[in-house]
Write a protein that binds this ligand. Sequence first.
Ligand SMILES: C[S@@+](CC[C@H](N)C(=O)[O-])C[C@H]1O[C@@H](n2cnc3c(N)ncnc32)[C@H](O)[C@@H]1O
Length: 304
Amino acid sequence: MPSEFLVRTVTGLEDLTAAEITEAGHRVVDVTKRQLVVEAAGPVVTRLADDLFAVRASVPDPGRTRDGLRQAVARLTARVAHGGPISVTASFTGSRNFSRFDVEDAVGARLGEPYFSRRHGTPPPPGTTDLRVTLDGKAMWLGVRPHPAPLHRRAWRRATVVGSLHPPVAAAMARLAGIRPGHVVFDPCCGAGTLLIEARIQVPGARYHGTDIDPAAIRAARINDPGIAWRTEAVEPDRILANPPWGVRLPADAVPSAGWPEAGRLVAILGEGQRLDRRWTTVGEHALTVAGRHPRIVVALIGK
Ligand SMILES: C[S@@+](CC[C@H](N)C(=O)[O-])C[C@H]1O[C@@H](n2cnc3c(N)ncnc32)[C@H](O)[C@@H]1O
């Protein structure tokens, strides 16, 4: 029987993450805001997901009321045996008459030996198993992460700059770029290198060039991946991947792409109010919510 997983992702990347997981041979059985339910054919490897949890139990979503929550938690936890110290992280969609901490404490009180609440911001001690509970409007799920760290935390990331991109978003952009072995790929404002590093993991056989106006960014990119040609321009790239500053050091309505070369395809993440210069025709857009901001990924080609 296939094992069931909850795959958590960035708001706006649900469909792209589902496509990545389906292509890998798994079955995506449901997609809701920030979450996929996946029947896995084997180990689930994903670069677009934020995190992944093996499902331990599920019951129908209890809806808004505290009474419904209490009954649902009783049913949910009755199906799970857990020994040892736990903490619980909960999230839900829609408006409810209870908080995420109410969900966490209700589950923790039934399963913890002992239970460490996150209600007052105290981190649980090392060795604690963090259980994940989500309410997606259809079901209440209980899962456990099958690996020690969240998936979005990358082993390669040892240095960052202001505005460093969330790695799963960079991975999604690399996927949208359609990079093939032999392509020349250019990032004109590479920061600490997230876009090209994630792209190179997906397509090691392409050639990657990145540059940045800030020498500290180049230093950070070299620390993160010494194997990429940092501080080099690509004159006629096949693909451009770009994450210009989102109005932090540029006026929000500036056209960041004006000085970039032309390419077979451009994938940029733009802040609210930012646009590309007139050479580019947008062929795809993906609106995201990430860290409380609302950028969009734009896929563009040269010409009409
Ligand atoms: C949002 S950050 C890029 C972050 C990067 N994607 C990462 O994950 O670390 C934008 C970068 O653009 C660079 N930048 C700003 N103006 C630039 C320009 N005119 N030419 C090249 N780089 C520029 C900044 O120094 C900054 O590192």
